[in-house]
Write a protein that binds this ligand. Structure first.
Ligand SMILES: Nc1ncnc2c1ncn2[C@@H]1O[C@H](COP(=O)(O)OP(=O)(O)OP(=O)(O)O)[C@@H](O)[C@H]1O
Ligand code: NI
Length: 275
C-alpha cells in the first residue's frame, strides 16, 4: 500500500503546568499524525486536554506557565521551541487555527476587515485591493451576508456565531496545509454548523489540507473524521478508523463516551452533508 507522508507529526508530546509545587502534568505521551486531505477527530470529556494539546501544536501556550516537551514536526520541520518570529510566519499561513473561543482570536480595537486584510497581507504578496477581494470572497463562502459592511465592524459588534464564522473564513483563506479546529461548530446553529463542515470538507478535498478536528459532538465527528483519537486525562487511550471506533469501541472510556450521547447510525462519511 502507498503511504502518504505526514504533514504534521507529533511524537511523545508532554505538557505540564508549572506551579510552585513543581510541574503538574496535563498531557502525557501523545502521538498524532496528520495526513494530507484527511481529518483526525479528537474527542474526550471536558478537561481531558484537547485544547491544551492544540495550543501546544500552534506554540501558543505561555512558556512561563507551561512546559512543552516532545516533537511537533511540520513537513519535517521542528516547531517545538521555534523562535516566536519564525512561528508567527507559520501560524495562519501553514497552520490555520479555529479557536474554541472566537473572542480571543480578535483584537478589540481593530475592525474585522483590518484584521482580515492584515493577516492576508502578512502572509502573501497580495496588494490591498486583492487582499480585500480575497477577504470578501472568504466571508461569502461562510454564508456571511453583506461582507463589505461586515468588514467595517468591530469584533464586539458581532455575535459569537458570526465571529466564529469570520475566524473560520480567515483561517481558510490562505489554504493552509494544516487546520486545527477546536470545537468549530459549537457556537453555531444547525444551518451554520453544516456550512462550516462543508467548508472544512471542501478545504481538505480541494486543497488537500490535513485537519485536526476537536469536538464533543459525535455527530460532527462521524460526518467529517476519517480517524478518531480518544483522550482521557491527558492521554490518548484509543485511536481507530471512525467506523471501527463507533461500531467496535475497545476502551471502556470510549464506550462510555459513545453511550453518553445517541449517535446517528454511521453511513459513508460526508455523503450526508450534501443537501
Ligand atoms: N493555563 C493553564 N494553567 C494550568 N492548567 C491549565 C491551563 N489551561 C488549562 N489547564 C488545565 O488543563 C486541563 C486540560 O484542559 P483543556 O482546556 O485542554 O481541556 P479540553 O479537553 O479542551 O476541555 P473542553 O472539552 O472543556 O474544552 C484542565 O485540567 C485545565 O484545568
Ligand atoms: Ni477545549
Amino acid at each position: 500500500m502507498h503511504t502518504q507522508p505526514n504533514v504534521l507529526q507529533v511524537d511523545n508530546l508532554n505538557i505540564a503546568a508549572k506551579s510552585s509545587r513543581g510541574a503538574l502534568p496535563l498531557v502525557r505521551n501523545v502521538n498524532l499524525e496528520l495526513t494530507p486531505g484527511k481529518v483526525l477527530g479528537l474527542i474526550g470529556e471536558s478537561g481531558s486536554g484537547k485544547t491544551v494539546t492544540s495550543m501546544a501544536l500552534m506554540q501558543l501556550l505561555d512558556q512561563r506557565a507551561m512546559q512543552v516537551q516532545g516533537n511537533i514536526q511540520l513537513h519535517g520541520q521542528e516547531l517545538n521551541g521555534m523562535p516566536t518570529k519564525a512561528m508567527r510566519a507559520i501560524r495562519g499561513k501553514e497552520i490555520g487555527f479555529i479557536m474554541q473561543n472566537p473572542m480571543n482570536a480578535f483584537t478589540p480595537v481593530y475592525t474585522i476587515g483590518n484584521q482580515f486584510v492584515e493577516t492576508i497581507r502578512t502572509h502573501t504578496g497580495l496588494g490591498k485591493k486583492q487582499a480585500v477581494e480575497l477577504a470578501i470572497a472568504s466571508l461569502e463562502s461562510m454564508n456571511l451576508e453583506e461582507p463589505a459592511k461586515l468588514m467595517k465592524k468591530y469584533p464586539f459588534q458581532l455575535s459569537g456565531g458570526m465571529l466564529q464564522r469570520v475566524m473560520i473564513a480567515i483561517s481558510m483563506s490562505l489554504r493552509p496545509a494544516v487546520v486545527i479546529a477546536d470545537e468549530p461548530t459549537t457556537a453555531l446553529d444547525v444551518t451554520n454548523q453544516l456550512q462550516v463542515l462543508k467548508e472544512l470538507d471542501r478545504l481538505r478535498t480541494e486543497c488537500g489540507t490535513a485537519i485536526l478536528l476537536i469536538s464533543h459532538d459525535l455527530g460532527v465527528i462521524s460526518q467529517l473524521a476519517d480517524e478518531v483519537a480518544v483522550m482521557r486525562r491527558g492521554e490518548i487511550v484509543e485511536q481507530a478508523e471512525v467506523c471501527d471506533l463507533f461500531d467496535r469501541p475497545q476502551h471502556e472510556y470510549t464506550k462510555k463516551l459513545l453511550q453518553a450521547r445517541p449517535v446517528m447510525p454511521f453511513t459513508d462519511s460526508l455523503n450526508r452533508l450534501v443537501i
